[in-house]
Ligand binder design. Structure first.
Ligand code: ARG
Length: 381
């Protein structure tokens, strides 16, 4: 099939869905206009209402997200008219401010200009997550900070970024404009809300000087709707406690804090006590939960999130829609079997609109496939 015909087909089925779900008038005329636009320009432009609903559908269709009950609350910041990288940086700062909302986290997506079907991509954000801490590797190979960010941190250093060398050293924003080399801008500390971690019972916990940022903000996925791809469309919801307490701070390949916490708790850390990690993990999660609540920052616990996901399934079924999901991602990393989402089977088909993984901006696109993005089960957020 000719690529224009394929685009027309994808556009029609997307627009039909949007107009039907929102009860919008004049679908027929819109389809005629879009077909005409594709014929003459090779692409078409979404109306704001289509873009907004398309972004919400992409969230609703995100198989790996447990937080989808709130898909209708996603707010769109439409920045498709942005024309240079400086304006992209400004819009990213605006996103951080709006989303943080003094702790009452606002689910938000900022959409920059789409890719043209000829492959031209106006902007690409190099950060995988807009807010992340650098990895500083010492000569003996050990790493201060978040080991996950080593490759990206080293690139930033090559371009002249320095950082403070600390454990929670905010990485700069990096944006590449079409045909330009990537440029960076320091992430302004005053825009980043962070929560210092303490534990309600263990007073020594605050001496560990752990913290995390308030807003989870994915910035390297491709938003796709109606055959149009938006490679720069950063979005956020709010955190679920285990993302920070189990994974970011607990994973061996991330901050690996369980041994330290277990030691402070006075736990025997050998085979005679196979539950030392489990105990430390619960304490770390309690600290994250307690500290976020105390700071007034929106955060879901895994039990509430599981209940909300079950409600999402019921809501969707009431609308005669099936929920697709990826079990391994939906089930939280602690206490799985105590949660309803564990005892459930899911169909893992991926449907459009959706958010897709992109290859790392600093690596060549995979040569085998012509597809500019792919669903890669190995990478993830
Ligand atoms: N797990 C990622 C992080 O630690 C964030 C992924 C999206 N999470 C979310 N709650 N919307 O930053």
């Amino acid at each position: 099939m000719k690529s224009k015909d394929l685009l027309c087909l994808k556009a029609s089925s997307f627009l039909e869905q949007v107009y039907q779900e929102l009860g919008l008038p004049a679908l027929e005329q819109r389809l005629v206009d879009v077909q005409q636009e594709i014929e003459t320009t090779g692409t078409y432009t979404h109306l704001t209402v289509e873009l907004e609903h398309g972004a919400r559908l992409a969230w609703r269709n995100s198989n790996r997200c447990i937080g989808r009950l709130y898909w209708k609350s996603l707010v769109l910041n439409d920045k498709r008219n942005v024309a240079n990288t400086n304006k992209v940086f400004d819009a990213l700062e605006e996103h951080l401010q709006m989303a943080t909302n003094n702790g009452k986290i606002l689910p938000l997506i900022t959409v920059f200009p789409p890719m043209h079907p000829n492959g031209k991509t106006p902007f690409r954000i190099w950060n995988k997550n807009l807010i992340r801490y650098a990895a500083h590797q010492k000569e003996d190979g050990t790493i201060t900070g978040d080991p996950d960010q080593l490759a990206f941190t080293n690139l930033c250093k090559q371009w002249g970024w320095k950082g403070n060398g600390g454990d929670f050293d905010l990485l700069p924003l990096v944006v590449e404009g079409q045909g330009e080399s990537p440029t960076w801008r320091t992430l302004k500390q005053e825009l980043i809300l962070e929560v210092d971690l303490e534990h309600p019972e263990y007073k020594w916990f605050s001496d560990l000087q752990l913290k995390w940022h308030a807003v989870p903000l994915i910035s390297d996925m491709v938003l796709e709707m109606g055959g149009i791809q938006y490679p720069a469309a950063p979005f956020n919801g709010w955190y679920m406690v285990t993302e920070i307490g189990s994974r970011n701070l607990g994973d061996e390949k991330r901050y690996n804090k369980l041994p330290l916490i277990a030691k402070q708790m006075g736990l025997q850390m050998d085979k005679s006590n196979p539950f030392w990690k489990d105990k430390a993990l619960v304490v770390l999660n309690e600290a994250v939960h307690f500290s976020f609540q105390k700071a007034g920052v929106t955060l879901a616990d895994h039990h509430a999130a599981s209940e909300q996901f079950m409600k999402f399934i019921r809501n969707e079924e009431a609308e005669n829609r099936k929920v697709n999901a990826d079990w391994a991602w939906i089930v939280p990393p602690i206490s799985g079997s105590t949660l309803k989402v564990f005892h459930q089977e899911y169909n893992n088909d991926v449907i459009s609109p959706n958010f897709f993984y992109n290859h790392n901006a600093w690596e060549a696109a995979p040569s085998k496939s012509k597809c500019p993005f792919h669903v890669d089960s190995k990478s993830g957020n």
